[in-house]
Design a protein around this ligand. Structure first.
Ligand SMILES: Nc1ncnc2c1ncn2[C@@H]1O[C@H](COP(=O)(O)OP(=O)(O)O)[C@@H](O)[C@H]1O
Ligand SMILES: [Mg+2]
Length: 251
């Protein structure tokens, strides 16, 4: 479904015009409905790659195809969840969750209906009229998920969605995202620098090198997306394998 072909991306510094290469000849295929995790140290171009997939940035060379069509602008099929949740502090939970649909000019009744269903499903309905500062980190993350899912995306792009959460909440949210994926069957691309998170959530784990980001390895990690996977020896072995692969890389 997603075809990344020899994609490189360079940025030009604003102050001195110096060119910095963030991604170098990245080639990657993601099948429809697949759970793909991008794992790499900070500065390896993970966020840049998500922006490219969302159509918010253009490759400097190479191309990205979605359903066999070259991306040339923002993707209606994709929803992007930003690293720090991207919630507006002056908007209530329900208004924040409706924002994506509002931008797409969805009729008000549709917006209300979809969002209220999602808030219910995500267990934050009773917070609908509260503001982000009144919520815990996990609840804020749920609002961001509601906003993204309200768009009914075929592709969900998530930038380190759980990195600010304590470890228990983080595990809960990982299970929640698996549960939602099982129900809705979208394709997801999730960025993390946690090996355990990558192994728990990813069917395909793409390991990026320090910047300029190149693909070091793609690890197939077929598992049954079960909550108990974390307690198995296969889980442990996969973590060890990946740790070896990135040895020497700063994560
Ligand atoms: N808008 C930008 N302008 C210039 N350089 C950028 C910009 N965004 C990111 N970079 C640089 O590109 C590299 C990759 O950044 P990023 O994609 O954010 O990596 P990651 O998400 O893996 O930490 C970094 O060296 C960063 O400084
Ligand atoms: Mg990043």
């Amino acid at each position: 479904m997603i075809d990344v072909k020899e994609v490189s991306l360079s940025y030009k510094a604003i102050n001195n015009g110096q060119i910095l290469e963030a991604l170098h000849k990245v080639t990657l295929n993601i099948a429809k409905g697949e759970r793909c995790v991008l794992l790499g140290p900070s500065g390896s171009g993970k966020t840049s790659l998500l922006y490219l997939l969302a159509g918010l940035l253009r490759p400097s060379s190479g191309e990205i195809l979605i359903d066999n069509k070259t991306i040339s602008g923002p993707q209606e099929k994709a929803a992007l969840m930003l690293q720090d949740y991207g919630l507006f502090p002056w908007k209530t939970v329900v208004a924040n969750a409706e924002l994506g649909l509002e931008v797409r000019k969805a009729p008000k009744r549709d917006r209300k209906e979809k969002v209220s269903e999602l808030l219910e499903q995500l267990g934050i309905k009773e917070y609908a009229l509260k503001y982000p500062f009144e919520l815990s980190g996990g609840q804020r993350q749920r609002v961001a998920i509601a906003r993204a899912l309200a768009l009914e995306p075929e592709i969900l792009l998530m930038d380190e969605p759980f990195s600010a959460l304590d470890s228990l909440t983080r595990e809960q949210m990982q299970k929640l995202i698996l549960h939602i994926w099982q129900e809705r069957q979208f394709t997801f691309v999730l960025v993390t620098h946690s090996i355990e998170e990558a192994v728990f959530l990813g069917e395909k784990i793409v390991i990026l090198s320090e910047g300029p980001g190149k693909i070091l390895e793609i690890v197939e990690n077929k598992n049954l997306a079960e909550n108990e996977f974390r307690d198995t020896s296969k889980f442990y072995n996969q973590c060890t394998l990946i740790r070896r692969l990135i040895e020497g890389q700063r994560l």
